[in-house]
Design a protein around this ligand. Sequence first.
Ligand code: HEM
Length: 202
Amino acid sequence: MNIPHESRSKRLMSVTDEQHERLHVLVAQQAPFSSLAAYGHWLDVQFRFQYRIASLYHWPALGDLLPELPERGRLAAVEADLRDLGRTVPASGTLAEQPRQDPEAWGWLFVSEGSNLGAAILLKRARALGLSEQHGARHLAGAPEGRARHWRAFTAVFDALSLDAAQEARLQAAAKAAFAYFEVLLQDACAQQVQPEPELAL
Ligand code: HEM
């Protein structure tokens, strides 16, 4: 019998499904699209995440396999969004370091590229705040050829990577680490929002 082979990207989606679900819950709790102030915290989160992986989009070894990789990075878009809203771009010294090895890099890129699929829904919510792909919500924009096609161009290369079992495990661990990192950033942002007002000294 011919058993269909599940692609790496599909497998990884299942493996990280629980983490993705947790992000939905956190986003629902944090309600980053309920006001411009809350959205500002969302931008800080996106900035920190994109900053951590920005240089991966320029790795020659990865770009040899996916030539349009540099154009996929969204750090510049988030920076522009922060400026649109009059927010400060965080100082780079305070930000986490990037991954350093190929399988890890692919794991982080998978999560970043995948996050652009759900961004279609988020962009609609951002529009309700008066934002757009040209102002404040640039990082949520879809690719000119469409999100699905853009994703498939990524997974075509991603799924065809030739990795041994140890590298595969490292890629998977990195994808989980990327989701976990985003979750921590969101939780921090939540905590900042719900901090009680300091008590007045009478
Ligand atoms: C940091 C990473 C990610 C974040 C913050 C994120 C967040 C979200 C959010 C908030 C939604 C909208 C849920 C709703 O309100 O209905 C969503 C939907 C979605 N996400 Fe993610 N996601 C991430 C990564 C990924 C990855 C890696 C994939 C795939 C490999 C993915 C695939 C999808 C899909 C297919 C949807 C539904 C889109 C639709 O129904 O049109 N996401 N995501």
